[in-house]
Design a protein around this ligand. Structure first.
Ligand code: OAD
Length: 278
């Protein structure tokens, strides 16, 4: 006898009416995204057991200034490999749904922790990259962005054409501050939005993880889109226990019926969907 199991994370879910209404009537919407939003594009997350990058690699050996000081070539090569991998990836339905929301909302800001550039490639315009971008390279001494450099042939990273210091990826490492202007824009958005959509983040890395709490404290409705529970799940108003590539198009379709985007399930009156009742 064959026993069938269903994967709850691939089953369409209903969108609560009040969420659809809140999105379609919101003046200011902020989305905070993390690695989960790119998972359906084939980009690995960080903390998912087995498949997450930090399950296979030690962040202290790859994503800190001291790691770069100890093993600059190892760190350079790891980021170069990730840069190549994301170049081959394509935006998914979740990225596209966020573009739709931006198009239909008077004021929208997308604050992402992702460094893969997929939101911009999907067409998001009002975008803050809190943790930098894999696509950019900067001087490790002066911080200057460098557009042209030769890939190294030897056992060192390429060097800055201006000062000769090693080049490094323009991403935020552990122990480093976020770009001040990016964080200020995200915090301002969080304080002023009517609705915040938090998608695909484990909400474990600060200060990004504080943004949903700031939005909630300022009176916004906060919705989490994540197939798994996070520390935020108990704090937000509505949980969509689903992959972002399914839940976000469903949210767009529910807020603006007949918009003609990615196919998505309908609307329900349930307060929370997919088992995340609050
Ligand atoms: P994490 O890997 O910590 O969390 C990814 C989250 O995405 C988890 O909660 C998953 O349950 C969820 N997830 C997985 N697949 C999903 C899907 N298809 N749809 C929606 N959600 C899904 O990634 P981040 O929260 O982004 O920082 O991690 C934050 C920061 O930690 C990263 O920016 C990076 C990392 O160290 C730096 O490198 C500075």
């Amino acid at each position: 006898m064959t026993r069938e199991t269903t994967d709850p994370a691939s089953t369409p879910i209903p969108i609560p009416r009040e969420l659809a209404a809140a999105l379609s009537s919101a003046r200011r919407v902020v989305a905070l995204t993390g690695a989960g939003v790119s998972a359906e594009s084939g980009v690995p997350t960080f903390r998912d057991a087995l498949t997450g990058l930090w399950a296979r690699f030690d962040p202290l050996e790859l994503a800190t200034p001291s790691a770069f000081a100890r093993h600059p070539k190892l760190v350079w090569d790891w980021y170069a490999a990730r840069r190549e991998a994301v170049r081959a990836a394509r935006p998914n339905a979740g990225h596209r749904a966020l573009v739709e929301i931006e198009r239909r909302t008077p004021s929208f800001l997308l604050a992402t922790q992702n460094v893969d550039g997929l939101h911009a490639r999907a067409g998001s315009r009002s975008l803050v990259e809190l943790h930098g971008s894999l696509a950019r390279v900067r001087c490790s001494r002066e911080g200057r962005i460098v557009d042209r450099f030769d890939e190294p042939q030897d056992d060192e990273p390429p060097r800055c054409p201006h000062c000769g210091a090693f080049l490094r990826p323009d991403v935020v490492w552990f122990e480093e501050p976020l770009p001040a202007d990016a964080l200020a824009r995200a915090e301002d958005g969080a304080r002023r939005c009517d609705l915040m959509i938090v998608a695909g983040t484990s909400a474990e890395v600060y200060p990004a993880a504080a943004l949903p709490r700031q939005a909630k404290a300022a009176g916004a409705m906060v919705v989490e889109v994540n197939p798994h529970e996070t520390p935020l799940s108990a704090v937000v108003d509505i949980v969509l226990r689903q992959r972002s590539g399914i839940a976000l198009p469903a949210l767009v379709a529910a807020a603006w019926p007949g918009h003609g985007g990615d196919p998505a399930p309908g609307v329900s009156s349930a307060r929370a969907a997919g088992g995340g009742a609050k």
